[in-house]
Design a protein around this ligand. Structure first.
Ligand SMILES: [Zn+2]
Length: 126
């Protein structure tokens, strides 16, 4: 099966071990991750940490984790939402069900909130 993953095969340096008990947890670019196969209907790659043996999907910890729709469709949904389209309008324009658009909106909002809190927390004060 051909992987539908939009990510390149040699980009494991962009990921980090997702096992909180691993000494390399959260550290990128260590060369400890290998691709160990694919998983799910979207053909997402499974990554394996050499340090602890933990296997996880490349989408773990992202809005796309456990998503059943095509990656490009999910990106299109989020692009429409970020441009101010409502849930119903986005659903019509992207031909994705209302429930799926609502779920992606909720998940992406939570991720954006976490990113905002981290980035603003480290911003220098005026
Ligand atoms: Zn690990």
């Amino acid at each position: 099966m051909r992987s539908k993953s939009p990510l390149k095969k040699d980009d494991t340096h962009l990921f980090c071990c997702q096992n909180p008990d691993c000494s390399d947890y959260g550290k990128r670019g260590l060369g400890n991750l290998t691709v160990s196969g694919t998983s799910g209907s979207q053909g997402n790659r499974m990554l394996r940490c050499r340090s602890c043996g933990y296997r996880f999907s490349e989408t773990r910890g992202t809005v796309l984790f456990n998503s059943k729709i095509d990656h490009d469709q999910a990106v299109s949904v989020m692009a429409h939402l970020s441009e101010g389209c409502g849930i119903r309008k986005t659903s019509r324009l992207t031909e994705v069900s209302l429930g799926t658009v609502a779920r992606l909106s909720k998940k992406s909002g939570k991720h954006a909130q976490v990113a905002h809190d981290e980035l603003v927390g480290f911003s220098p004060s005026d």
